[in-house]
Unconditional design. Structure first.
Length: 336
């Protein structure tokens, strides 16, 4: 294991110390627990947006705490859910009287602990909490049937849910409306990724899986979950065509539809390569008669030092475009 760290057991603590040092003007923590991160500025009467999840995915999750996006984040260990009490501490800190919306990924540990935190917030502190669970990875499961819970993993597309929900909350919409906007974004985003290398959790000290130098795995999850196929490494164009094709099939589009596009590096993929993906994705979308409202390119949801890339499409209408285009200012994301 080659990492720029001190002791593996201090990895999260020292990472958080660095973040609070670099962004002390924007971020703070509550309950004397660095895992309970909140933004410094609060707006009375605004719906609070709270998120959380395991570390190792920066800028997800805590990187989207700031103006126009989330108000707080509970931080877990690498690839591990934060505790319910930490989520409750964040909930209490971000509530200004209008209730709190939880937005988090579709993972069992997160669901269990967020649900417990919501119950405690209600029964012990009279804080109304609603939840939207992001689960848009088309490789992880078939689409859920009407009335069924989705079993798809939440991956990089949760960025769009934060963006829309945060802008709606900033516009002082009530909790039910903020939840509706967030759910609308979650329902209309799809993601597919490809992994080229494994990653190493510091406390474990060895790669979580093995993949040969000349191989790739289409559909692998951001914790190393099995994808839909492993095979020889192909060209950027072919990889992009396969991923985008599956996304478009999953959420059918008609000519003239508009999309926001996120091309996301998984931690060790140069921007050069991400823009090669953008080039082919743009051509494919034009061939389908789809219009691109906005591109986002860079690292938005990583997996430590994993090499790979994901593509997310959000189908947008006039309402979602308004929220996508709204300004935001967080330590890891700025849009004017």
């Amino acid at each position: 294991m080659k990492k720029i760290i001190n002791q593996p057991e201090d990895y999260i603590k020292e990472m958080l110390e660095g973040i609070y040092t670099a962004h002390s003007d924007k971020l703070a923590y509550v309950e004397d627990d660095m895992h309970c991160l909140v933004k410094r500025k609060r707006k009375q009467g605004k719906v609070g947006i709270a998120t959380g999840g395991g570390s190792g995915h920066l800028p997800l999750f805590l990187g989207y705490v700031g103006e126009g996006m989330a108000d707080g984040c509970s931080v877990g260990d690498v690839f591990q859910s934060p505790g319910a009490n930490q989520m409750l501490a964040v909930t209490r800190a971000v509530d200004t009287g209008a209730g709190v919306l939880y937005i988090y990924g579709n993972y069992n540990g997160d669901i269990f602990n967020f649900d417990m935190a919501a119950e405690m917030a209600d029964f012990e502190h009279d804080i109304r909490v609603e939840s939207v669970i992001a689960g848009e990875d088309v490789a992880s499961a078939a689409p859920s049937k009407p009335g069924e819970k989705s079993t798809r993993r939440g991956v990089a597309g949760i960025f769009f849910v934060y963006k829309c929900a945060g802008a709606a909350a900033e516009a002082m919409l009530p909790l039910d409306e903020v939840k509706r906007v967030a759910q609308k974004a979650a329902d209309n985003v799809r993601t597919m990724g490809v992994a080229l290398t494994p990653c190493t959790v510091p406390r474990v000290g060895r790669p979580g899986f093995h993949i040969a130098d000349d191989e790739m795995e289409i559909g692998m999850g951001i914790h190393g979950e099995t994808g839909i196929r492993r095979g020889r490494l192909e060209t950027a164009d072919k990889i992009t065509e396969e991923m985008l094709g599956k996304i478009i099939e999953d959420l059918p589009y008609v000519e003239g539809d508009e999309v926001a596009v996120l091309v996301n590096g998984l931690g060790a993929t140069p921007l050069d390569e991400q823009y090669i993906v953008v080039r082919r994705a743009d051509a494919l979308l034009k061939e389908k008669g789809l219009k691109v409202h906005r591109y986002y390119v860079g690292e938005y949801a990583t997996s430590l030092e994993m090499a790979g890339v994901s593509v997310s499409l959000l189908k947008v209408d006039e309402e979602l475009k308004k929220y996508i285009d709204a300004p935001a200012d967080t330590p890891f994301f700025i849009q004017k």
